[in-house]
Design a protein around this ligand. Structure first.
Ligand SMILES: NC(=O)c1ccc[n+]([C@@H]2O[C@H](COP(=O)([O-])OP(=O)(O)OC[C@H]3O[C@@H](n4cnc5c(N)ncnc54)[C@H](O)[C@@H]3O)[C@@H](O)[C@H]2O)c1
Length: 276
């Protein structure tokens, strides 16, 4: 039991990348807070499961939508369906993202396809989703937009080059977008998660780090232990974060109480990034 009682009754919240991980965890917390939820993902089967889990927690309306954030037609079709089903949107959490597949160095090892797919989802996907929903917020002169970047924006290494570059580009976009949307009383902010054990690591990415970095990581044989060690060794609080840590930050940024925060970038990383 925390100190804050969240109440999003009557608020329509759109979340991309809500089939699993941070998106699903945030959807569940918004559901507990009574929000109406439009849950979007290209994995329709899993996002429908998220919707079922959320519906069990709220009397609010919850629906799942198929949306590949690289596909403008799918984004627009989902947006139209959401408007038809809910009438409006109050909060957009643009969160869908992927890890790049190939780690450098050297730079020559990373194929164009990896740069292109990483930017297509992590940067252009965010731009396309924000662009599709912007007119809703402009017309009502209200709204909260939160984008998921990463602390990899600040901690770029040759191993994370495409991912880090795509995530810092997202921050730059969001800050420019926040200035544009300020004219319409719309807040645009960014969260930078540190280390949260989700599919983004469990698909083998953490073990790739073990191979690339070596050293003390060699003692760990599974994705979660590798990720936990990286988070614990590097952060001031010596621990990884949870999907709920991200959800609470997103909920705060979506609340009336955060109305004077815009263009901000919040690291939720147990103090991994020491200085920006
Ligand atoms: N887990 C971490 O430690 C961490 C750290 C920093 C940033 N992030 C960021 O957090 C966000 C969520 O990641 P996560 O950790 O929950 O991982 P995840 O893999 O569990 O979630 C990513 C979600 O995005 C969806 N997705 C991927 N490509 C898509 C596309 N083209 N169209 C629509 N949906 C798509 C996936 O189906 C999934 O539901 C991502 O943007 C990621 O880069 C995560």
């Amino acid at each position: 039991m925390g100190n804050i009682t969240w109440n999003f009754k009557g608020k329509v919240v759109v979340i991309t990348g809500s089939a699993t991980g941070i998106g699903r965890g945030t959807a569940l917390q918004f559901a507990k807070a009574g929000a109406d939820l439009a849950l979007c993902d290209f994995n329709f089967e899993e996002v429908s499961r998220t919707a079922e889990k959320c519906q069990a927690l709220t009397s609010g309306k919850v629906k799942a939508y198929k949306m590949n954030v690289t596909d403008v037609d799918e984004i627009n079709a989902a947006k139209e369906a959401i408007l038809k089903d809910f009438g409006t949107v109050d909060v957009l959490f643009s969160n869908a993202g992927i890890a790049s597949k190939v780690m450098g160095p050297p730079l020559e090892n990373i194929p164009d396809s990896d740069w292109e797919s990483t930017f297509a989802v992590n940067t252009l996907g965010m731009v396309k989703v924000c662009r599709a929903f912007a007119s809703i917020f402009r017309e009502k002169k209200a709204g909260k937009v939160i984008l998921t970047s990463s602390i990899a924006s600040w901690t770029s290494t040759p191993r994370t080059m495409p991912y880090s570059a795509s995530k810092i580009a997202t921050i730059s976009f969001a800050q420019a977008f926040s200035i544009e949307m300020g004219e319409y009383n719309v807040n645009v902010n960014v969260i930078c998660p540190g280390f949260v054990y989700t599919n983004i690591y469990s698909d083998g990415t953490a073990l790739k780090y073990r191979e690339a970095i070596g050293g003390p990581l060699k003692q760990f044989n599974d994705n979660e232990s590798v990720m936990n060690f990286m988070a614990s060794a590097g952060s001031s609080l010596h621990r990884p974060q949870t999907v709920d840590d991200m959800a609470y930050t997103v909920m705060f940024l979506s609340s009336d109480e955060a109305s004077e925060i815009t263009g901000s970038v919040i690291n939720v990383d147990s103090g991994f990034v020491k200085r920006v």
